[in-house]
Design a protein around this ligand. Structure first.
Ligand code: FES
Length: 115
């Protein structure tokens, strides 16, 4: 999409709730996927710690083909993800994914519960 303020394209990201409800948002680059989801009132991301990589309640499953573009989980994120029983190989903490134009078209799924 086009950002009306500055004319720059904004990456479009789709978040799919566990019940199948899909939300396609125009995401703000330079801001985390977690914050973008909250700003767009996408349910299913609790983000209890506000993005400090300390709660694990912003867990998402990145569509496998988008995993490389989403970046690498650092040691702290790995530790948080390791505590999640529903962790999979495509798990990321959405507060640790910084939106950029490279993520235009990305699809992520949300877990049934944030725990
Ligand atoms: Fe707490 Fe991401 S918001 S770990």
């Amino acid at each position: 999409g086009i950002d009306a303020d500055c004319g720059h394209a904004m990456p479009t990201i789709t978040l799919i709730e566990h019940n199948g409800t899909s939300h396609t948002i125009e995401a703000e680059p330079g801001v985390s996927l977690m914050q973008n989801a909250i700003n767009n009132a996408v349910p299913g991301i609790d983000a209890d710690c506000g993005g400090a990589c300390a709660c694990g309640t912003c867990h998402v499953f990145v569509a496998a083909e988008w995993l490389p573009q989403s970046g690498e989980a650092d040691a702290m994120e790995e530790a948080m993800l390791g505590m999640r029983p529903d962790r999979s190989e495509v798990s990321r903490l959405s507060c640790q994914i910084e939106v950029s134009q490279d993520l235009d078209g990305m699809v992520v799924s949300l877990p049934e519960f944030q725990m």
